[in-house]
Design a protein around this ligand. Structure first.
Ligand SMILES: NC(=O)c1ccc[n+]([C@@H]2O[C@H](COP(=O)([O-])OP(=O)(O)OC[C@H]3O[C@@H](n4cnc5c(N)ncnc54)[C@H](O)[C@@H]3O)[C@@H](O)[C@H]2O)c1
Length: 441
């Protein structure tokens, strides 16, 4: 089968990051690109030789593409995924899966009723060290797992100005608003180690605290998000996971720090400056003696990472942008469950939504709803969440005509986000965020 699955991508800037992956998978061909920003659309389409170009998503859905890749701002992921599923397309969606509980419920229903494949593109799960740790966990080499950590430390203050939707949906809300890169790999490790007939391991309760607010955006306005947030996740096994999200501190970044602790072993990712991922496994190593994770590569590395195609190594996010595409396409070709299906995507996403309610209520532990078992919405939500803000979040969607070049770091108030425009389909555009034009979905 060559180039038989036709792919359409929506959201040109990040969407381009999927090109290497789809080009390397011989069964697919990217035939269409969609973006409401004509300049961004033409730039990416020219660069990758994509002939069919759309500024209207509905029109791309009406075409004969088999797969839709969603790389638009976060609040559009679930609505666009549902529209694509309803149009009979398979969906690969950027993170996070959804931005409120109602979207989560509707997305899960849409996937179930469509019979199509949905996968969340959580690329950090596919990074080389994370894949190896998962293989070791699957063999039981960590024993019983009971603690893990994930950290995403990435100063996105400038990116907030370039992509103002982030200023509303990531740093205009508090809590762990971008959790999947950290929580995803850790939850995958816990689940790799569980027995075949055991219940899926997921977060049962979260408690979230923040460090206060010490930074301002480009207008000199305080972020609505704490500099860093800590989300404590109690698992249904009794285990504990700590997630640190820092999108605002002035400091070098570290996007992929993790730890894992079990009764027979532990793991720590690299911190930087020559450090390397390190591991101790009781079955292999002397007590109190770190070893390089790479020592276990030859024996335990899964086939996918042994001889990856050249394109895989070149793809972004440590190869993750290729392997997630490969796995997703395989699930379509073999009619199997995608590895990060809708419920797994919600396992990675929903704790972050609940963390917002927790941090706004002083860190109180709150239950995380399970959309696998939910029959009615919102009736089956835990009582503590039924009237919470996270059930349905109606924030404006802020657009920007392409990225703004030449930002002065820390520049305040002097320059508005240029070219921000009103979304053409919206009837309810209004001015906000320093006079930029915004719309409600
Ligand atoms: N997994 C990762 O490693 C990773 C990395 C970067 C970004 N992302 C995710 O990718 C998504 C996009 O991020 P970005 O930085 O590229 O944002 P961006 O704002 O630069 O790009 C979004 C694009 O979507 C377009 N768009 C908005 N509404 C549209 C509509 N209705 N129809 C068609 N096009 C529309 C915009 O014009 C814009 O070009 C976000 O969800 C982000 O979280 C993930």
């Amino acid at each position: 089968m060559n180039n038989e699955l036709k792919v359409g991508i929506v959201g040109a800037p990040r969407g381009a990051g999927f090109m290497a992956g789809f080009n390397a998978v011989t069964e697919t061909k990217v035939v269409a690109l969609c973006d409401t920003n004509r300049e961004a659309l033409e730039r990416s389409a020219e660069r990758y030789g994509i002939e069919r170009r759309y500024t209207d998503y509905e029109q791309m859905l009406d075409s004969d593409v088999d797969i839709i890749v969603i790389a638009t701002p976060m609040p559009l992921h679930a609505p666009m995924a549902m529209a694509a599923l309803n149009a009979g397309k398979h969906v690969l969606s950027e993170v996070t899966a959804a931005t409120d509980l109602k979207q989560c419920w509707q997305l899960a229903q849409a996937v179930k009723s469509s019979g199509r494949k949905y996968m969340m593109a959580e690329n950090y799960c596919y990074m080389k060290p994370n894949v190896l740790v998962k293989a070791l966990a699957r063999r039981g080499l960590f024993g019983t797992l009971y603690f893990g950590e994930g950290e995403y430390i990435h100063d996105v203050k400038d990116l907030n100005r370039q992509t103002p939707w982030r200023r509303v949906w990531q740093t205009g809300r508090n809590g762990c608003t971008y959790p999947t890169h950290s929580l995803g790999p850790v939850l995958q490790w816990f689940n790799a180690a569980r027995g075949e007939n055991e219940e899926v391991i997921k977060v049962e309760r979260v408690s979230c605290f923040g460090s206060g607010r010490h930074y301002q955006d480009w207008r000199g306005v305080n972020f609505d998000h704490d500099d860093l947030t800590l989300m404590l996740c109690q698992l249904n096994t009794g285990g504990l996971v700590k997630i640190r999200l820092d999108m605002l501190s002035d400091r070098p970044h570290n996007l992929a720090y993790y730890t894992l602790q079990g009764t027979k072993g532990c793991y720590e990712a690299q911190r930087g400056l020559g450090d390397q991922p390190k591991i101790w496994l009781a079955d292999f190593h002397k007590p109190n003696e770190w070893h390089a994770l790479s020592e276990l590569e030859e024996e335990f590395m899964p086939a996918m990472w042994r001889n990856p195609p050249e394109e895989a190594v070149r793809a972004g996010h440590g190869g993750g942008d290729y392997f997630e595409v490969r796995d997703f396409v395989d699930s379509i070709l073999h009619d199997t469950q995608p590895p990060i299906d809708v419920f797994t995507a919600l396992d990675f996403t929903v704790p972050g939504l609940v963390s917002e309610e927790s941090i706004n209520r002083g860190g109180v532990p709150l239950p995380v709803p399970d959309f696998r078992t939910m029959q009615r919405f919102p009736d089956d939500l835990p009582d503590e969440l039924k009237n919470s803000r996270i059930v349905e979040v109606n924030l404006p969607l802020v657009f920007c005509q392409g990225r703004i070049d030449g930002l002065e770091k820390g520049g305040q108030g002097s320059r508005r986000a240029e070219g921000v425009r009103q979304e053409p389909h919206s009837p309810t555009g209004q001015a906000s965020l320093d006079g930029t034009v915004v719309t409600h979905l």
